[in-house]
Design a protein around this ligand. Structure first.
Ligand code: TYD
Length: 212
């Protein structure tokens, strides 16, 4: 059985990752591949429970270190119980966010640094990396409009952080991708859902060749 591939979608808030992940999985299925779509934090019962703790924290909220550890713990469960077994079964896994979100949010914007996040990822998830990471980029002013429509005043504990935090998230994503161009595809997230999806398909298509 050929091992399935692992594709992650990354980007800041409101860049359309969830919709695009679902459409990508549907397209892969149409190519004759067994594709599963999942998300972080979450994807397994344990990781979904940790998601609730992270996005609606009890008490006064988490310190930056505890927050990074919780994301790493959720990812560890997700990788061990869902992602790796699915790939070993020949399934393609499309994941809405993965470790590069921790590098951008906790490592960059949260100031823990990239080395600490990568160390946690080695411990929690044996350093597993996607075969390809799609970084979806939308200019900040467009994102603000989309989020006002999507969340109104009800953003979660992390989405609701200030504009400076989210600016640093975006900068860190771009730095990480620039340092490792073979692992990332930059996707222009502006335009219609279909336009963005067709950009995504054109960068994923070479991976599909020979797999169906
Ligand atoms: P979600 O509702 O999935 O956000 P979005 O729709 O914008 O993708 O909530 C996930 C939140 O958690 C989002 O604010 C990003 C944040 N996050 C981190 O800070 N670190 C991580 O490692 C991950 C996976 C998510």
């Amino acid at each position: 059985m050929t091992r399935g591939k692992f594709i992650a979608l990354e980007g800041g808030e409101g860049t359309g990752k969830s919709t695009q992940a679902r459409l990508l999985a549907e397209w892969l299925a149409g190519q004759g591949l067994d594709a599963t779509v999942t998300r972080e934090p979450g994807g397994t019962p344990g990781a979904e429970a940790i998601r609730s703790l992270l996005l609606a924290p009890p008490g006064e909220g988490w310190g930056s270190r505890a927050e990074a550890l919780l994301f790493a713990a959720a990812r560890s469960d997700h990788v061990e119980k869902l992602i790796l077994p699915a790939m070993e079964d020949g399934k393609w896994v499309v994941c809405d966010r993965f470790v590069d979100s921790s590098r951008a949010y906790q490592g960059g914007a949260g100031e823990l640094g990239d080395d600490a996040i990568l160390r946690l990822h080695d411990i929690g998830s044996k350093g597993v990396r996607p075969d390809l990471t799609l970084l979806i980029e939308v200019p900040a002013e467009r994102v603000a409009e989309r989020l006002a429509l999507r969340d109104g005043g009800n953003a979660d504990a992390i989405g609701g952080r200030d504009a400076d935090y989210h600016r640093r998230v975006g900068e860190t994503f771009r730095e990480i991708a620039a340092r490792d161009p073979d692992a990332f595809a930059l996707i222009d997230g502006t335009g219609t859902i279909d336009e963005v999806q067709s950009r995504i398909r054109s960068v994923v298509a070479p991976l599909v060749t020979g797999q169906s």
